[in-house]
Ligand binder design. Structure first.
Ligand code: SF4
Length: 244
């Protein structure tokens, strides 16, 4: 089984518990206006994208098994949207599972129901990105509806999966008090009690020029946790433990 991979990052501490290897799969059905990895979006991929076998990626991941065991870590599949290559993601997750490696899937949730359900038994933790709590604003920011995303989120919760919602907090898009309330209502209504806030950063800015793409967030200052104290407080007061 082969798939397209645009990066493999070792020793990550930010994408699930412990020390992790993050495997970034090519392709994403969303077009978030602030995307920090625009090179990941096209199914074809650019210069950095390589065709890899599931066995080859597994071998790279297993090189750090001792670190996973020591730290309670494992492997995270990310993207792009990893389920844009669902068969490859399944093959990789299955092979990691056979080796007893903890598996996290960082997903937008934007995929069809059968793809989504097929990876649930192959995943210990879902890092589930939620870009906006309101349907029309979601479409404006990402180019896609949030209906299938919320349906898949519910399916994961119904299946009893460990889900950590992650909210990229974007200036002028979803960073107001009404947004904090909207996210808390949405997550609380689903029985979710915590969410990770990912403040907007500018790590992707230089990539847009290289790709010849327009960038809507050029020169927009990044956000820091201290900028989001009010946002965080509202969510916590409404019963969702928002953390960074
Ligand atoms: S979901 Fe992620 S990779 Fe896809 S466009 Fe949005 S920010 Fe970029």
């Amino acid at each position: 089984m082969e798939g397209k991979v645009f990066n493999i990052q070792k020793f990550s501490l930010h994408d699930g518990p412990g020390i992790r290897t993050v495997v970034f799969l090519q392709g994403c059905p969303l077009r978030c206006r602030w995307c920090a990895n625009p090179e990941s979006q096209s199914p074809a991929g650019g210069e950095k994208c390589r065709v890899e076998t599931a066995e080859g990626v597994l071998r790279v991941c297993l090189q750090d098994r001792a670190f996973y065991e020591e730290s309670g870590g494992g492997v995270t599949l990310s993207g792009g949207e990893p389920l844009a290559q669902a068969a490859f993601a399944r093959a990789l997750l299955g092979a990691l599972g056979e080796q007893g490696i903890h598996r996290a899937l960082e997903t937008t949730g934007f995929t069809n129901e059968s793809n989504f359900l097929s990876v649930l038994p192959l995943t210990e933790l879902l890092l589930f990105d939620i870009k906006h709590w309101e349907a029309e604003r979601h479409r404006q920011g990402t180019g896609q509806e949030n209906g299938p995303i919320l349906q898949n989120l519910r399916a994961a919760l119904d299946a009893g999966k460990d889900v950590l919602p992650r909210i990229p907090v974007i200036p002028g898009y979803n960073d107001g008090p009404e947004d904090a309330r909207g996210f808390a209502r949405l997550l609380g209504g689903l029985g979710l009690k915590r969410a990770q806030l990912l403040p907007f950063h500018q790590f992707g800015e230089s990539k847009y020029a290289g790709l010849g793409l327009p960038y809507a967030y050029k020169d927009v200052p990044p956000l820091h946790p201290e900028d989001l104290e009010g946002f965080q407080k509202i969510m916590i007061e409404m019963g969702v433990d928002a953390f960074f």
